[in-house]
Write a protein of this length. Structure first.
Length: 251
């Protein structure tokens, strides 16, 4: 299987290549920009499968396919779940939310292998995907949650939640009154329920609310530490793979 990785963050690209090697898949090439990718495709045969980061340093990766007709299967990689979900709905093989999880990668590769055997390769309309990214479809996001407090039910408004986090196999909402409530959901389910303009998943453990961030501090290994207004008992670190997208989200 001939595999190509297009990813502008070199540590993330190398990590993905190592993870693929564990699965017995070797990436033949790693590219880092739209310009480099266009030049590579012009003189090389198209691979069987591309791991494609949506947002590269010099533009959206779909710009590659405005110049060239792509003949490969695609697995999208992105830290922006709203982008990934839209791309997934438009006939992509699969998508992986960064930082990439080993089990999710294994499932995506297995899915590609099974589809390449049982069905012809699906064509992807990159122009339609790009339109969605530039003019995303408006949708309703969750505005409140119902939680159990003793024998009572309490309504927690999303605007009042400083962060959502996972701990001891439970998912909690930490609110601006300094309390934390156990929710009947998972962080994975919240990815499609929270408005991406307000909430960002900074790591596998935390979603933060932009309106409750008090301070952002440089941390070790090119990471960032977030301080919230009321929630002080949790150490919230932006994972290195998500720092770039987190900074873009802040703007």
């Amino acid at each position: 299987m001939n595999v190509l990785i297009i990813e502008d963050e070199k540590p993330a690209a190398r990590r993905l290549a190592r993870m693929l090697e564990v699965l017995g898949v070797k990436a033949s090439n790693i590219l880092h920009s739209v310009e480099e990718s266009i030049q590579w495709f012009q003189i090389n045969p198209h691979p069987d499968l591309i791991f494609l980061d949506i947002q590269l340093s010099d533009g959206l990766s779909f710009e590659i396919f405005e110049v060239l007709e792509i003949k490969s299967a695609i697995i999208f990689t992105t830290a922006f779940d709203e982008y990934a979900l839209q791309a997934f709905k438009l006939n992509s093989i699969d998508y992986l939310l960064k930082p990439i999880d080993e089990e999710e990668l294994e499932k995506a590769v297995a899915k590609f292998k099974s589809q390449s055997i049982t069905a012809p390769r699906m064509s992807i309309d990159f122009e339609d995907i790009k339109k969605l990214l530039i003019n995303p479809v408006e949708r309703e996001y969750k505005k409140r949650f119902t939680v159990k407090v003793g024998q009572h039910l309490k309504i927690v408004h999303a605007d009042d939640v400083e962060c959502f986090y996972s701990e001891h196999k439970g998912t909690y909402a930490a609110t601006n009154d300094g309390r934390a409530y156990l929710l009947d959901t998972t962080l994975e389910q919240l990815e499609t329920e929270l408005t991406p303009k307000i909430f960002f998943r900074v790591s596998r453990k935390f979603f933060v609310n932009i309106n409750h961030i008090k301070d952002i501090i440089s941390y070790t290994n090119s990471r960032l530490q977030i301080k919230l207004n009321k929630t002080s008992d949790q150490e919230i670190i932006v994972s290195r793979e998500r720092v770039k997208d987190f900074k873009l989200w802040l703007e």
